[in-house]
Design a protein around this ligand. Structure first.
Ligand SMILES: [Zn+2]
Length: 306
């Protein structure tokens, strides 16, 4: 399953909004698309430079022009498909209802699987449509972020408005909070991959998803912009049965792929017992790249304590 961004003209977007749902799209570019993929319809409205989406098509069938026209005429009387050899249709009962959703808060997160440019290039704060003339496939992280953005839109907007009222945060700050939440959700979704239980990377115990934390090895606040995108490297799964707190508070660290005792004190007999069971264990999912993050964490603690 893949998520794609597919660019529509203002006219096409306006028609979809008037119809209120997204049953169909046609293009020569859909030979890459498979059933089960999601094609996000994006574009710009009323000459505004902002990129937005009006929704998606969950591809249920890929049809020729003739079959697509016949099916669409049945669903929407008077509907005329446009000229293209490939047509994608959502199933009748899962047509996405359109809404206008700005993608501006996600510009830095929309990353593509491609040999060429992997991110949106912004000119005066917005992407140029030319970059999206070819349908772009999103990375798995970007797909999760966009899906959360769509799903959480209503909730997030309300929360942002409330936060703004209560704390007088400016728009940017509200967006920043939104993004942190979206990233956390994305990290969790990636870790869990739809599972209801997961294994702790330190103690190897299998716990319910609700007791697993998507923990940053290098704290998010210390990450550079490019490191923030390394979700798959910098985020590990730690259980709430102790491992997350012990790591967060410096009781344990990782050295050469093994859990070692950190410098935190005091060590009470109860802590000692837990550390005995935890140290010298191999970290699950350890990689050289992750070791670099763990090294940063160890060194940052030395600075804190001196
Ligand atoms: Zn654990």
């Amino acid at each position: 399953m893949a998520d794609y961004l597919f660019y529509w003209t203002t006219d096409q977007l306006a028609k979809a909004i008037a119809l209120g749902r997204l049953p169909h799209a046609g293009s020569e570019q859909f030979s890459r698309v498979k059933r089960g993929d999601r094609v996000w319809i994006v574009g710009r409205l009323n000459g505004a430079p902002e990129l937005l989406t009006v929704g998606y098509i969950d591809v249920a069938s890929i049809l020729s022009a003739k079959s697509a026209q016949a099916e669409m005429a049945r669903r929407v009387p008077g509907y005329t498909i446009w000229t293209a050899s490939k047509h994608i249709l959502a199933s009748k009962d899962s047509e996405c209802r359109t809404k206008r959703l700005s993608l501006a808060p996600l510009y830095g997160h929309l990353e593509f699987e491609s040999r060429g440019t992997k991110t949106l290039e912004l000119t005066d704060g917005h992407p140029k449509p030319q970059q999206l003339q070819t349908m772009r496939r999103l990375t798995s992280v970007a797909s999760v972020v966009l899906r959360s953005h769509w799903r959480e839109d209503g909730k997030v907007r309300r929360a942002a408005r409330a936060a703004k009222r209560a704390l007088d945060l400016d728009q940017l700050e509200a967006y920043r909070l939104t993004l942190v939440r979206l990233e956390q959700q994305a990290a969790r979704a990636l870790l869990l991959d739809g599972r209801t239980t997961a294994t702790c990377d330190f103690c190897a115990r299998v716990v319910p998803a609700s007791l697993l934390v998507a923990a940053h090895i290098k704290p998010r606040s210390s990450c550079t912009k490019s490191e923030k995108r390394l979700v798959e490297v910098n985020v590990i799964g730690l259980c709430k049965l102790g491992c997350d707190d012990l790591f967060e508070r410096g009781y344990v660290d990782v050295l050469d792929g093994v859990v070692v005792q950190g410098g935190a004190a005091p060590i009470t007999p109860a802590i000692e017992k837990v550390l005995d069971g935890l140290t010298n264990r191999r970290v699950i999912g350890w990689t050289e790249q992750r070791e670099a993050m763990f090294r940063w964490r160890r060194n940052s603690r030395k600075v804190e304590t001196t």
